[in-house]
Design a protein around this ligand. Structure first.
Ligand code: MTE
Ligand code: MO
Length: 253
């Protein structure tokens, strides 16, 4: 990725000023501190990101015979809160996905309504930063379809996913930008490997954002809010891991 940081890209996106250019931005771009500034949270420069990779290209899809025999779970494998347990006990009949924030029409969707939306099926590889990968089949509507139905406003830049679980005492949440939100492989999966999504993998609904690392794929999604800024949400860095473990907000692969 480093190789792709050209002077032109940096200047074109306004990531650095002309002064910095004079000192040689190749060296600056290689400096871990500077990279951190470029790629973390609110400071991350969206234009630069786009210059670095084609954000619209598709993640590799695999054949059914390439699917992993075992797809492990990671992080929370059961939110196990009284509210979640009550919803799970009635197989999520009373669960609703709330879609709000910078939208013309806030939505409250039942699982039956979500299952009625035309869906995409994709066999992709999930890569966790902890050093494991697994290939699985995911099925559900494109996030973009739901955002269009809600009438997402032009001033929305990020989508924030609020989850049902507390992980190590903190509310799990994640966020992606509108480019990833409208990527065709970004779906809200309600089925996995030809079965209804189980609790371990995020029932009743989890995000698949195939061009990013595992921690961005929010499980147990309860709410989606379109926002202009991530400031004031959680600790402001855009997600559980970003806030508490210092992972990068943009986890593109
Ligand atoms: N709500 C929620 N989503 C989450 C997590 C979590 O702990 N809670 N863990 C993340 C991490 S680090 C990974 S690798 C994947 C794991 O998904 P899986 O359990 O389906 O394998 O979920 C991500 N989404
Ligand atoms: Mo992960």
């Amino acid at each position: 990725m480093k190789r792709l940081i050209t002077r032109r890209a940096l200047v074109a996106t306004g990531a650095i000023g002309a002064g910095a250019l004079l000192s040689g931005c190749d060296r600056i771009a290689e400096n871990p501190g500077f990279r951190k500034i470029l790629f973390s949270g609110e400071k991350m420069n969206m234009g630069l990101q786009r210059a670095l990779s084609n954000r619209h290209s598709l993640a590799t899809e695999f054949r059914p015979d390439q699917m992993s025999p075992v797809f492990r779970t990671n992080g929370t494998n059961n939110p196990n809160t009284p509210d979640y347990n009550a919803m799970a006990a009635e197989r999520f009949a009373g669960w609703r996905l709330q879609v709000g924030g910078l939208v013309a029409t806030p939505l409250s969707l039942s699982l039956a309504q979500i299952r009625a939306i035309s869906a995409r099926t994709q066999i992709t590889r999930h890569d966790c930063v902890e050093g494991w990968s697994a290939i699985g089949k995911w099925h559900g509507p494109m996030l973009g379809t739901i955002l269009k139905a809600a009438g997402i406003r032009r001033d929305a830049r990020y989508l924030v996913f609020t989850c049902a679980d507390l992980y190590r005492g903190h509310n799990y949440y994640e966020s992606i930008d509108v480019v990833d939100a409208f990527h065709p492989q970004t779906i809200l999966a309600w089925a996995m490997n030809d079965a209804v999504l189980d609790i371990g993998h995020g029932a009743p609904l989890r995000l698949r954002v195939e061009r990013q690392l595992g921690y961005k794929h929010a499980k147990y999604v309860m709410r989606i809010d379109a926002v202009a800024s991530l400031a004031g949400i959680g600790l402001g860095k855009g997600g559980y891991w970003e806030d508490h473990v210092d992972y990068d907000w943009y986890a593109g692969i």
